[in-house]
Design a protein. Structure first.
Ligand code: 5GP
Length: 177
């Protein structure tokens, strides 16, 4: 799943994983600092040196930089029979689509700019950061639309989660090549 910051990816994914025991959420590595109040397990928080060393050793399925910080997906270690869920930016999604199959790529879109900004502010991002996230989000949408199998507007959380669960079920029944 990709989408601009403030689209609600984290919340939606948490709900999906809670209700579907066969989904396995990958934990990314990042060099950014943990936000105040952010779960310690939200990421594996590492230094730039540690990140780059892991990248050099071929330890990531994909990695990218977002607003000057590194983010990467370690090779997934999901129990057999599980489907891996990645919450990554569009650059990362492009890499995954090249390397893995079958993949369902979902672009989650905030219902409005106001809603997106409210979510970004709500988690304590600075005004400057909110502005940069919104700007970057425009590019994410543009690039994401080209690769997405489904574009989902996150207006009503329950409806969004139901819709995504249906997309996942359909993909399980009929995986694309
Ligand atoms: P945040 O700092 O808000 O947690 O994440 C910033 C952006 O990085 C979001 O678009 C998020 O989806 C993306 N991101 C998080 N983990 C990864 C990852 O492992 N790989 C890539 N490419 N992007 C990631």
């Amino acid at each position: 799943m990709s989408g601009p910051g403030g689209a609600g990816k984290g919340t939606v994914i948490r709900r999906l994983v809670e209700r579907d025991p066969l989904l396995w959420l990958s934990r990314s590595w990042t060099t950014r600092a943990r936000r105040p109040g952010e779960d310690e397990g939200a990421y594996t928080f590492v230094t730039k040196d540690a990140f780059l060393e892991h990248a050099k050793a071929g330890g990531f399925l994909e990695w990218a930089t977002v607003l000057g910080e590194y983010y990467g997906t370690p090779y997934p270690d999901a129990p057999p029979g599980h489907d891996v869920v990645l919450e990554i930016d569009v650059q990362g999604a492009e890499q995954v689509l090249e390397r893995c199959s079958p993949v369902v790529c979902v672009l989650l879109v905030p219902p409005s700019r106001e809603d997106q900004e409210r979510r970004l502010r709500g988690r304590g991002d600075s005004e400057d950061h909110v502005g940069r996230r919104v700007e970057l989000g425009e590019l994410e949408l543009e690039r994401g639309r080209r690769i997405a199998d489904a574009i989902v507007v996150n207006d009503d959380l329950d409806e969004t989660v139901d819709g995504l669960a249906a997309i996942i079920e359909a993909a399980r029944r009929e995986p694309k090549g």
